[in-house]
Ligand binder design. Sequence first.
Ligand code: AR6
Length: 170
Amino acid sequence: MKTPRERIDIVRGDITTLDVDAIVNAANSTLLGGGGVDGAIHRAAGAELLAECRTLGGCQPGEAKLTRGYRLPARFVIHTVGPVWTGGNRDEAQTLANCYRNSLQLAVENGIKTIAFPAISCGAYRYPIRQAAQIALETTKDFLSSSDKIDKVFLVLWSKEIYDAYRESL
Ligand code: AR6
């Protein structure tokens, strides 16, 4: 079996274009859309995504909920809500780790083998990039070392700065 490291790919690009079983959305707790990667995912998936999101009753920070992918190449979208960075004293690190863990767990429960994450909380929610990169990588590696159900995790970074931070953390 491949090592956890061999099952993680760090790539630059637009997550909405990826042909994977599921892409993860960095949503807000209403799950009713927003800017950043959330806006891009809703635009690419079409109005049916918002209609399904309306049935979910929102989502707490650190938790994750599944919808179909509609017009996306991805079959599913896993919506998670990252922490807003307020200095690090409000369990932001724990909440961010929960986003990765709970999204991966939900993927396993739904037979998802390939999954792509954006840099959750690294935009509007202002999480310090290096710390977020470390949490993304550590939490994903830990999960993969305890489960062989996921074949590949793509960490998809839009900006060069964040891409470089992830490469360094690896
Ligand atoms: N593909 C991959 N990454 C992207 C894309 C894309 N198409 N577009 C943006 N990013 P953000 P957050 C990057 O702000 O910090 C929304 O309004 C972006 O460059 O999308 O968790 C929600 O509704 C950044 O590095 O998410 C919430 O209200 C990263 O994705 C709030 O923003 C995450 O930035 C969530 O804030």
